[in-house]
Design a protein around this ligand. Structure first.
Ligand code: C5P
Length: 221
């Protein structure tokens, strides 16, 4: 039955934002709520998977049956993922990983003064691309949050990061995405696509995983 579509599969999901330290009391982050990633974790458990949830700081309760790794920075998220990825069947990168971190985290609080303050940033590792570039990668799923040319950017990302599937959402719409309880996605893979109409994130998560299971079975048949 479809109720155990992911039985025996280990699924790793990244969720939420990352926090990049500026000094001991300050950080740079983003508005990711983690709702989509947590909904995917719940749905994967319902479908019988063993779930590992690697989460940035969010105000959500993780499903108790998931193995939870709480992290702050992108570097910590990468380490947690790499420690678990060996026997993983499906990796879903849903986290809003900060693209940059401060060049140097200062070990004392930055004091204010009357002159301009300049911070410089360096690129963070791309967790999703790192997983997809492994010698024996799991089935790799990414998200693409775009405000324009959604289909084209998503397909480019699918190819560039060597993903098996990408879920694109239009974040210029205020009724879906980010802090919202609802979402609408279009899934793209190498030779197909499938729209998932606006629905609550629990329903979207289940539909996403049904499509993932189908593509996964196709790939391994
Ligand atoms: O390139 P972009 O940030 O738009 O790609 C988004 C996808 O890549 C998401 O699936 C996100 O979780 C993942 N990502 C990542 N590590 C980064 C940046 C993005 O895993 N440093």
């Amino acid at each position: 039955t479809s109720s155990q579509l992911l039985a025996g599969k280990k699924v790793i999901i990244t969720a939420g934002p990352t926090r990049e330290h500026i000094d001991p009391v300050r950080y740079m982050s983003n508005h990711s709520s983690g709702k989509m990633g947590y909904a995917i974790a719940e749905a994967a458990l319902k479908l019988g998977a063993e779930v590992c949830l690697v989460s940035g700081p969010v105000n959500l309760n993780a499903p108790t049956q998931a193995s939870l790794h709480k992290v702050n920075t992108a570097e910590e998220m990468l380490s947690a993922v790499m420690a678990e990825v060996q026997d993983c069947d499906i990796f879903i990168g849903c986290a809003a990983v900060a693209d940059y971190k401060p060049t140097q985290a200062v070990d004392h609080k930055i004091k204010k003064s009357n002159i301009e303050l300049t911070l410089t940033f360096v690129r963070n590792p791309d967790i999703l691309a790192s997983v997809a570039a492994l010698p024996k990668p799991p089935f790799t799923v990414g998200f693409a949050a775009e405000t324009q040319n959604v289909a084209q950017y998503a397909k480019d990302k699918l190819a560039r990061k060597k993903l098996d599937l990408i879920a694109a959402n239009d974040v210029s719409r205020s009724d879906i995405g980010f802090n919202s309880d609802e979402n609408a996605l279009t899934l793209y893979w190498a030779d197909g696509e499938q729209p998932l109409a606006k629905a609550n994130k629990q329903q979207i998560a289940l539909q996403l995983l049904e499509a993932v299971a189908q593509r996964f079975n196709q790939k391994h048949s």
